[in-house]
Design a protein around this ligand. Sequence first.
Ligand code: SF4
Ligand SMILES: [Zn+2]
Length: 522
Amino acid sequence: MNFYQELFAELLQKQFNEIALTKLKRSLALKHQLETIPSNIDILLHAEIKEIPLFKKKLITKPVRTISGVSPVAIMTRPDKCPHGKCTFCPGGLNSPWGDVPQSYTGHEPATMRGMRNNYDSYLQVMNRLEQYVLLGHTFDKIEIIVMGGTFTATDFQLPGGLHDERRIDEIKTELLSFKQRKTTTLEAEQHINETAAVRCVALCIETKPDWGFLEQGNEMLRQGCTRVELGIESVYDDVLKNVHRGHTTADSKKSIQILRDLGFKINFHYMPGLPLTDRERDIQGMKQLFSDPDYRPDMIKFYPTMVAPGTALFHQWKQGQFTPIDTTEAAERLVEIKKIVPEYCRIQRIQRDVPTKYWEAGVGLTNFRQFIHQNYNIQCRCIRCREPKGKNINWANIQIKVTEYDASRGKEFFIAAEDSQTDTLLGFCRLRFPFQYLRPEITPASALIRELHVYGTATAIGDEGLVQHKGWGKRLVEKAEELARQHGKDKIVVIAGVGVRQYYQDKLGYQIEGPYVKKLL
Ligand code: SF4
Ligand SMILES: [Zn+2]
């Protein structure tokens, strides 16, 4: 039994007051070697749907605040081999020490467990997650779908259709049945339904590797409604990629980045410090190249220090003394050097895998690694994440629009930021690109692309007035992008927008749908 199963068993047997419950959670967390004690909401997210109401009563005595904003919904792909074989560091997959689990996961992550419970049916996984949100009292009118595990673009690559607008469980079930019965529906028809549904898919993210992220896959991802690609480039060194059996080269990485960027996607790189054949100097050099070399320059990045998982080729290399992973301090010291130089247009999303440390044999040993770095090193990271408002008071009079221009993948990028320079706070931003290649009929040589528009603040349900997201900053940023495009002789703006955001562009900004994009002639 894991932490959750044991806790649920105890809750079924006895009545606990608040103090006794805290004690129980603490002792079980210790027993199961969890780094933190999960919150009651986290715990409820691990319960079977039918048991949530019962456990909710036992766990939550005070009313829960409704949380709005974009609610993430992860879908896990079925356990399957990657076409190139297996990277030496990759945990999980078929016949792993944890059984058949999705490639690159251990089977113990909440999203993986949800995948298993639903036999990896993507539609059921989404519905299961939405049911959890209903029961927890979360608003979920805007959701982001994240497709995880393995090389999705190398599978048969089919997502279910759109999502539906029911909020109550019985209605969701009816809707689920009616979707299953709508055998003749098409992806396009479902997307169209979703444009105005009460539960809108405002973003869709797909994970893949560079050699499965070229034009063919890019076009298919666009058709699916994808807006962001998580791209596992892992290293800027070809000898390293070869050594870890990565199945792609740095030339593939650069080509994929350029194509995906020219199609309008936001790109989140995955990069692994501490891989074989690197030492501190080479690693730091490599990570700095990500920003100095225009062929890289990520919009967002996840650094995953190399860890040793049981059952991997790297595990055997480690056992035989051929490989030593970097430890917590070494990883921190390398990453600190990068945080010092990361440009304002990039967001450092994560610096560690979301797999609990107890499933690894060696490597970085802290689950709260980010906190460790911030507490032990005095660094002023100026990445997007570190400059987000997060509860800070915004002085509206100080907000100014600042444009940073840079070259990337042989095209031109403009990072248009709305910021309060006195407190160094970012209120929102827009990414404008003049592409290098025109890879689709919608994108003409005189087109500029908007790859991302994001405004922070108290997130709010669609239609709610008065809160930051609706103070018109999104509109102002887009107008600035349009102005820059015009100044450079462009006559068309093409925006990659999630299915659930298309309506916003049409109603508020005068855009029209064209293929998988929305567009406006200038
Ligand atoms: S491509 Fe990703 S999922 Fe596939 S073997 Fe390599 S690390 Fe694992
Ligand atoms: Zn940062």
